[in-house]
Design a protein around this ligand. Structure first.
Ligand code: SF4
Ligand code: SF4
Length: 359
């Protein structure tokens, strides 16, 4: 067991005797179904926890009490360790160390590679010339090359994520369809992201439920952008229509709405994060916590800028920037904060099943 797992085990023993927080979130009822905790149980609790801070505020044993109970902080440490523990291939777990630097480097390399690639494909002037009309983007990079490159990166990300989920699931038991559906409802509505009903703690003693709002904007913004890309692929291959599309076409409308969600949501999440109580934060995780949000923000900002300036000479540089960031985002999906959504969903499935069968 790592020091974080040992500390989480100690806290769960204290909490299992106290049980004051059993109505706040799913972590405590899941804990109460057990008398002792395996490392897999503790990682499962950590992924049920979304760090609202409510149990820290309510706890009579939090610092300076000698019991030093700080569940949000310890759960955050165990959660981060679990991402590395379940990563596939195993050696890539190292990418969760100094994760902010890893993702920043991937983005910088991605943008540089696309700029160099555009120039190598034709000549330097292509980056600064105005390109208009159907197929304008493909004068900088052939469509087939784009599909091949992004398709390969996306398929690799799907494989690595699926293997990580399989590793996570091995720590638990099976679940029926009703458990998956119940967890789907809880995940889609962010049911537990409410600090037990009062809202997330704001750091100044007040509780406002803004984290859930910004999380919704980010999640549904991401899904709308995914729908936009999928629709554009159908337009290209099934309807023979080449990008860029007019502003009133479905891929642009979906992408614009998703892009707005991915601008407002990440800014709000970063703002809410900065207001968290200092005692519950883990300084070493700040890079990972912000890198994925920053990547979503840059993806949508560059996408919207590309939409606005696509008929100007700025298009070449903006396209290189946008594609470089998106490519790095795809490649780093299995090795950044994105995995938290998937592991949390599986933790909710496990919780729904345990509640039904009494563990
Ligand atoms: S966090 Fe504190 S108040 Fe809540 S169950 Fe644990 S020991 Fe009790
Ligand atoms: S921080 Fe919030 S979600 Fe995590 S254990 Fe405490 S009350 Fe539950």
């Amino acid at each position: 067991m790592t020091p974080a797992l040992i500390e989480a085990n100690r806290l769960m023993v204290v909490c299992n005797s106290c049980r004051y927080c059993e109505g706040i979130c799913a972590v405590f009822p899941a804990m109460e179904m057990r008398r002792s905790f395996t490392a897999g149980d503790l990682r499962y609790f950590a992924n049920l926890c979304h760090g609202c801070g409510a149990c820290f505020d309510d706890c009579q044993f939090s610092p300076p009490h000698e019991f030093n109970v700080n569940a949000p902080k310890v759960m955050a440490e165990v959660r981060a360790e679990s991402y590395a523990h379940y990563a596939w291939p195993r050696a890539t777990g190292k990418l969760f160390e100094r994760n902010g630097l890893v993702i920043a480097l991937a983005a910088a390399l991605g943008v540089t590679a696309f700029m160099v690639g555009f120039v190598a494909w034709t000549d330097p002037s292509v980056l600064f010339a105005a390109h208009t009309g159907p197929g304008a983007f493909y004068r900088l990079m052939p469509h087939n090359a784009m599909v091949l490159l992004f398709g390969a990166a996306f398929l690799y990300a799907l494989l690595a994520l699926a293997m990580g989920l399989r590793n996570f699931w091995r720590d638990g038991k099976g679940a029926d369809a009703a458990a998956y559906a119940a967890a789907g409802h809880d995940a889609a509505t962010l049911h537990y992201l409410d600090g037990g009903g009062a809202g997330c703690e704001d750091g100044d003693g007040t509780t406002r439920d803004r984290r859930r709002l910004f999380h919704h904007l980010t999640l549904y913004g991401f899904l709308l952008c995914l729908a936009s890309t999928t629709t554009a692929t159908i337009y290209h291959y099934a309807l023979g229509l080449e990008a860029p599309y007019p502003w009133y076409d479905l891929p642009v409308i979906l992408g614009t709405l998703g892009g707005i969600g991915l601008i407002v949501g990440p800014i709000g999440l970063l703002r809410e994060k900065s207001k968290r109580a200092a005692a519950t934060r883990v300084p070493g995780l700040a890079g990972m916590e912000t890198a994925f949000i920053a990547m979503l923000f840059l993806t949508s900002l560059s996408g919207l800028a590309l939409l606005a300036l696509r008929e100007t000479p700025a298009m070449g540089l903006l396209l290189a920037f946008h594609l470089g960031v998106v490519f790095a985002l795809f490649l780093t999906l299995p090795y950044g904060k994105f995995v938290h959504g998937l592991y949390r969903y599986l933790a909710l499935v496990r919780y729904a099943q345990e509640r039904k069968s009494g563990h």
